[in-house]
Ligand binder design. Structure first.
Ligand code: FAD
Length: 381
């Protein structure tokens, strides 16, 4: 028996799911609808930890190898505080331009016979009436999900800090977090190279800084210039590049149920991941892997497949979500941490989610831990 599968949203989750399904079930009709043109993307580069890439390999190792040839990789993490750089060894990361990731996934889908429609926004129609499975992969502001917000038990929480996603033509050596404290507040930049020439700069401030610096009353262009001036040295004098870069608060979306009728949620539509644990794209693609696996096992018994997907995936997602919540709290509390020394701040950052233990840190980052010992900074409080 053949199934007709429709996917709303051609981001990493939707495209990867279509590819995996069509590869396993060539007789299924697999369609994807994306509101943007095929070559449009907002944002710059996305980062994957080494661990995240090994998870994705479980879905399709050849896809990860193909993506790797377009990635920038490094093994250290840098924390810059009080103008001093702390190097944390043993932190493998890779980054790729979001547009390259999407183009690679689009090419894989095209080659395998996924029907792709670009430049079409699903708004008021009910696409679930016209297919066996409707996959909502339309991101954090999913209209497919919001139409059934009561059934999905959707909850939205607006976080305190403000952020914006920029690019800069400065290729940083490593995944870096730079903290700058001034009289008007505390500023944080997460920056990493994603092509040999370009880096992403995620700019973030806490609520106090948003008000005291006057950013609250500025236009987006003025905020960009303000952040650029604060980070002049870090940016090596280069301007920040905007790509619809607007300052906003993060909307954390959760769902009590992941499926309703023949509709199932994956990626940010299911749970918006926070960038401070750098895993949104990886989590979205892993959701795609889990839903594909459940459909492989349950065949055309769609409700069983949805239940298996949620049963297997929910505990994994919740573990990472609880880590993300601790990370969010850490950034919201950043002003209190500015009195720490650079090494103390780096250690506090590394242990903030509880996923990294002092024991694991000692194993993974021996040079950093030896430096802490030299300075008399205790590994565990
Ligand atoms: C500032 C910032 C920094 C980030 N940094 C990282 C990072 O470093 N690493 C990382 O892994 N992730 C990062 N993320 C998160 C990452 O972007 C998302 O978690 C990831 O893209 C989720 O994938 P997705 O496919 O679920 O959703 P999306 O990537 O949001 O894709 C959804 C797609 O659906 C389309 N769509 C939406 N509505 C409709 C509709 N009605 N009809 C048709 N199409 C529709 C959209 O155009 C979009 O293409 C960051 C996000 C932000 C905002």
């Amino acid at each position: 028996m053949s199934l007709k599968i429709k996917v709303v949203g051609g981001g990493p989750a939707g495209l990867f799911f279509c590819y995996l399904m069509k590869k396993s079930f060539p007789n299924y009709q697999v369609e994807i609808v994306e509101q943007n043109p095929a070559d449009a993307t907002y944002g710059f580069g996305v980062v994957f930890s080494g661990r995240a890439l090994s998870f994705l390999k479980q879905g399709d190792a050849s896809v990860v190898e193909r993506l790797k040839s377009n990635m920038q990789s490094w093994s250290d993490q840098h924390i810059v505080h009080k103008g001093q750089k702390v190097i944390i060894d043993g932190n493998s990361f890779s980054a790729i331009a979001r547009i390259t990731l999407l183009k690679e996934l689009q090419a894989l889908c095209r080659d395998i016979g996924v029907e792709m429609t670009f430049g079409k926004r699903i708004e008021s129609e009910y696409p679930e009436d016209d297919c066996d499975i409707l996959v909502a992969a339309d991101g954090a502001n999913s209209v497919t999900r919001d139409r059934y917000a009561t059934e999905f038990q959707t909850q939205v929480q607006e976080l305190e800090n403000y952020f914006s996603w920029y690019g800069v033509e400065t290729p940083y050596d490593a995944h870096t977090l730079t903290f700058i404290q001034q009289d008007d507040g505390v500023y944080c930049g997460h920056h990493y190279r994603y092509t040999p020439a370009m880096s992403t700069m995620v700019a973030e401030v806490d609520e106090q800084t948003w008000v005291s610096s006057g950013m609250q009353g500025m236009s987006n262009d003025e905020r960009q210039i303000h952040f650029q001036n604060v980070f002049k040295e870090t940016l090596d004098g280069k301007p920040l590049v905007s790509n619809r870069s607007t300052w906003q608060r993060w909307r954390l979306v959760k769902n009590g149920k992941w499926h309703h009728k023949n509709i199932v949620l994956i990626g940010d539509a299911q749970r918006s991941a926070h960038p401070s644990i750098g895993s949104g794209t990886r989590l979205a693609m892993e959701d795609a892997i889990d839903l594909w696996r459940a459909l492989q096992t349950a065949g055309t018994d769609i409700q069983t497949a949805f239940e298996q997907y949620e049963k297997h995936r929910r505990p994994i997602r919740e573990k990472l979500n609880s880590a993300a919540e601790k990370s969010i709290a850490w950034y919201e509390d950043i002003a209190k941490k500015m009195s720490l020394s650079p090494e103390e701040l780096a250690l506090d950052y590394m242990l903030r989610t509880g996923l990294m233990t002092p024991q694991r840190l000692a194993q993974d980052s021996p040079t950093f831990v030896a430096r802490l010992a030299e300075l008399g900074v205790p590994l565990a409080s």
